[in-house]
Design a protein around this ligand. Structure first.
Ligand code: 4AD
Ligand code: MG
Length: 506
């Protein structure tokens, strides 16, 4: 029988058989330490020359990184190990000896890693991210299921645009143009009139011809749609939903979050009410005309710059000290490797900080010169959310920069009842939603204004023709959410095989 590493605690003191891959190997005098990974977890397996046959010891020495193998050994409790257990190996059988595995435990450039995404998925951090993705997906289904929502699958081939015509992927659909769905929303609206409360959860597509750290060409979106909901009810649901997912992740993904060294402040603050501010207020905050809890956006950025300069100085000093140690005559291999690993990490941190040092002055410039009526750019969202420690809701947006289906504000017809939820710590938009225009004449006028072809929306307009009711919904970008929860710097690490401008393989 084969045991999973995640179940080792049930076998303390017993002998088990494990199968998996060598994640890491170290050798000492008469000892080989193999870190085995089997998909369910990681575990250190110790092979002692004194306790095993010569043949087994030789086999252990041959087991290179990513060799596949089976082994048997005794389960020993050891608090210092990840997972809390260690294996005292008795026998090893290599299935395949791996030669020259491309990804070593040294630091690699991210371009190289993404080229090798099919292998990179095996690395510990990537493993943790995908497990969190899986856990969150389950939490999403549970949240809606427990609240009586019906899950509806919307089509991927669609005949009309819904989120602007500039990001459409056009395909040939039996001689007629079809577009890959940018959103499932319009179909969700139809289904909400059949079931009351529904949600879609599927892949969506946007031709984003720019490389940013938050945009994918193919991403997954969760889109609830509720009959008889107004914008306030919509915002309440967004808040409950995000709080539920974050709390659930904190509870069920402790080990993964630890691997990712996720700062836990997010989880500690998630119980607080999410501030709701209008677009106009957000503009004032961005420009530094309005403080948040005594913090000013522009001053905060300038403080960041000073701190960064300080840290850069410290890092450079530490690098040169450690490099001097490495170069000393007669330095031990262990000391050398230890210092080299530190230097590699410091150099990475330095690179990130220097990038920030170049960017922040531009962010300040863009914030100070922001024009009311424009949409926020990525850096603007970073600047605004930097001041908060919970997600925030920005509502009441200028109609001109939002989609045709959003309901106008009755008091202020230049504005729509739309909301964006922005994640804190500089992450930015994770949710976009709104109350929908339920009046047939107003909706027709919006379609004209947006210069959209009315014919393709006939079916959608029917929803306003037969028993129209107030209704609302939102879309949560699944990868944006995972990016925030795991605190990875780039969205491409949050999906197994990312598709973004310029990337189709692997
Ligand atoms: O704000 P968006 O465009 O809204 C909609 O699509 C609405 N139909 C949703 C609705 O009301 N049912 O997109 C919603 C979310 C964004 O907040 C963002 O999190 C994510 O989808 N998103 C992207 N994620 C990754 N890559 C992209 N290119 C994205 N575009 C949007
Ligand atoms: Mg949006």
């Amino acid at each position: 029988m084969i045991t999973n590493i995640k179940d080792l605690e049930q076998y303390e003191g017993k002998t088990v058989r494990l199968q998996g891959w060598v994640a890491n190997k170290r050798t000492g005098k008469g000892l080989v330490f193999l870190v085995l990974r089997d998909g369910s977890g990681y575990c250190q397996c110790v092979v002692s020359e004194e306790q095993v046959s010569n043949e087994t010891f030789e086999t252990a020495k041959r087991a290179t990184q990513e060799s596949s193998l089976q082994l048997s050994g005794a389960v020993i409790k050891d608090e210092r190990q990840v997972g809390g257990y260690e294996i005292q190996v008795q026998e090893i059988n290599i299935l395949q000896e791996t030669v020259d595995y491309p990804i070593s435990n040294k630091e690699h450039g991210v371009d190289f890693l993404i080229e090798n995404r099919h292998l990179w998925l095996r690395s510990r951090k990537q493993w943790a991210i995908m497990r969190i993705r899986n856990s969150v997906k389950y939490a999403i289904y549970t949240f809606f299921h427990e609240r009586g929502f019906i899950q509806i699958d919307s089509p991927i081939f669609t005949g009309n645009a819904a989120e602007g015509t500039t990001t459409l992927f056009e395909t040939d659909y039996y001689g007629q143009p079809a577009y890959l769905a940018q959103t499932g929303q319009l179909y969700g609206e139809a289904a909400a009139m059949a079931h009351g409360k529904v949600y879609t959860f599927g892949p969506t597509f946007r031709a984003e011809k720019s490389k940013t750290r938050r945009h994918l060409s193919e991403f997954w979106m969760i889109e609830p749609e509720m009959a008889f909901y107004d914008l306030d009810m919509d915002m309440d649901l967004i808040e409950d939903f995000i709080r539920y997912i974050v709390t659930d992740t904190y509870k069920n993904c402790k080990q993964e979050l630890e691997i990712l060294e996720r700062d836990t402040a997010l989880f500690e603050n998630i119980g607080k009410k999410f501030p709701r501010i209008t677009y106009d207020e957000a503009v004032q905050i961005l420009r530094g005309e309005r403080d948040v809890n005594g913090k000013n956006s522009i001053e905060t950025l300038r403080d960041d710059l000073n701190e960064i300069a300080q840290r850069i100085g410290d890092i450079k000093e530490e690098i040169s000290t450690r490099e001097a140690t490495i170069q000393q005559a007669g330095v031990k291999a262990g000391v050398k490797n230890f210092n080299q690993a530190k230097v590699d990490n410091l150099k990475n941190e330095l690179r990130d900080l220097e990038e920030k040092q170049r960017n922040i002055p531009q962010w300040i410039d863009s914030a100070l010169n922001f024009t009311h009526g424009d949409d926020f750019g990525g850096s603007d969202e970073t600047v605004i959310t930097r001041l908060f420690n919970t997600p925030i809701m920005v509502y009441k947006w200028p109609a001109a920069i939002k989609a045709f289906y959003m309901k106008r504000d009755e008091q202020d017809s230049e504005y729509v009842k739309g909301v964006d939820c922005l994640a804190p710590e500089g992450f930015g938009e994770i949710v976009g939603g709104s109350q929908r225009e339920e009046d047939i004449d107003l909706l027709l006028a919006r379609i004209k204004e947006h210069q959209l072809p009315e014919e393709v929306f006939n079916w959608y307009i029917d929803l306003r023709r037969y028993g129209s009711v107030p209704h609302s919904g939102f879309g949560l970008g699944f990868e944006r959410l995972i990016m925030w929860l795991t605190n990875v710097p780039h969205i491409r690490e949050t999906i197994p095989f990312p598709r973004y401008y310029g990337r189709l393989f692997p």
